[in-house]
Design a protein around this ligand. Sequence first.
Ligand SMILES: [Cu+2]
Length: 374
Amino acid sequence: MPNAQVVPPRLSDLATSPEPTSRRHFLGKSAFGFAIGGAALTACRDEESEPQAGAKGDTGTRAPLQNPNSRLDTALNVPHSPSTAVPAASPTADVPFQRFDPTLPPLQASRTMQLNWRAQEVPVRISDNTVVAAWTFEGNLPGPIVHCRVGDTINFTLTNEGSIPHSMDFHAAQINPKEAFRSVMKGQSVSFTFTPKWAGAFMYHCGSSPVLMHIGAGMFGAIIVSPPTPLPAAKEFVLIQNEFYLGDADASGIRPFDYNKMLSTSPDFLSFNGRPMQYIAAPIRVKVGDRVRFWVVNCGPTHPCAFHVVGEQFDTMYLGAPPGSPIRGCQTWDVAAGGGMCFELMCDVAGEFPFVNHGFGHGQKGAIGMLVVE
Ligand SMILES: [Cu+2]
């Protein structure tokens, strides 16, 4: 079921889970040698700010949703005041956790796609104890997964409902960025049309200045372009890696994104599809005999993703646009920040197979999930 409600992992629990038979424990103590816990997650736990009891409901006031670094956006040199212009946010208790469905959406029959999206600044729950003040496309982090074909016509319109300038940059487009990817102010829209020329897994993101802040605060996602001739039948999933650089929680328990931390390039958490370790709590499930195709897009904003599936090998990994340039028998491949690649494996062994960023300083901060083959 898409976006089914599940109990998300507490990031802090993963360091201390006492349950000897749980998947968390399996990951924490497994012989694979990538113990969850230890210094990295202890540091995360220490830095996490739990919502203060009573602080979010006693007065009935609603804290403004703001990223202090929004003032750094000078793309259009228009002064703005986040403290008055940003809409009020709900207390964190009102923000539900939703597992991000990794399933690649089916292709639509029409060869023309109309996308009317909104840039919105809204809180997003990334774990049961962390809500972030996200800047989003369509109210979620990542934005919607787009699936189209080479040669399709994509008519795109972005309407800015946020308080500061936003924009859209599709890596699948060949277009004059100065015109199409320009920033628009609150209440304004920008429209453009493009036709993907190459198959592959492509990033999209807000390109407003400073780009680091807009990507880092949640304005990113994936557009998957299938080749003209369909690839072999497979269970297809999209994994979008991102990093979180967070400040301390405000009175309502919402954590802003921290631009100086982004510049430092030492993230608090990473994730696949916007929720650290969500596919440990609710794994991706397939059957023995299934071919699995992972479209991995690394939205960064900074670090690479050394994509690997523990206990498996990729029989095919496409270095360029699928089905061209296949690499056979690959164990791990780096997906650069701003890049995307397509990995395939045959699930002919049953079991629980962790998929990870094998750069484990990042994997242990949340870029890890579980593929269950039944
Ligand atoms: Cu933006």
